[in-house]
Design a protein around this ligand. Sequence first.
Ligand code: ADE
Length: 229
Amino acid sequence: MRIDIITAVPQLLESPLNYSIVQRAKDKGLVDIHIHDIREWGKGNYHQVDDYSYGGDAGMVMMVEPVFNLISKLKSERDYDQVIYMTPDGEQFSQKMANTLSCYQNLIILCGHYKGIDHRIREHLITMEITIGDYVLSGGELAAAIVADAVIRLIPGAMSDETSALSDCYQDGLLSAPIYTRPAEFNGWRVPDVLLSGNPKLIAQWQEEQAIERTRQLRPQLLKDLGLE
Ligand code: ADE
């Protein structure tokens, strides 16, 4: 998979995408992440990428031309499955969306900055708009890092234990069962006996019950979405 991220603040993306599973996936050649500084595509000596908005609202707007030129160049080199714009008014990001995106070959992710981007970019170049939640960030970079992380870890081979993605929260629409590690008792706090039983069938049954119970308590709407309630 190849992900091209377009940003006015590339520094914001450096550390989240250089560690842990994402870095391992890069090392294994499972994903190529290219971060493009939109300023390098800016106009004139000052590499201008933003301008005042028509209509006079306060705040700067990302200009259409630098973004158009960069996306056109990328598209001339390969086909892209989606050109994504990170924006608070996009479609809510979810595990399901991460699964879908992890099956693609080439993605562009455009991070908005300033007050927003010229609407013509959204109308003519963007194929998908994603929000990570109902709050406003200073720019799309942190949101893009979250989407990239959630997607990349699902690429087969990215995780050392491939089955571990299957037990993730939300993967089956439920929250996960509680997990524990050694010691079996600490400070009088005991790991549930069933997990020490060595009986895989009992353990699986307990995990399923716990997953449903935790989901019922913490996120009842998820059970309704699954038709289980
Ligand atoms: N850019 C600013 N806020 C955002 C959000 N909540 N999700 C995605 N991109 C954003």
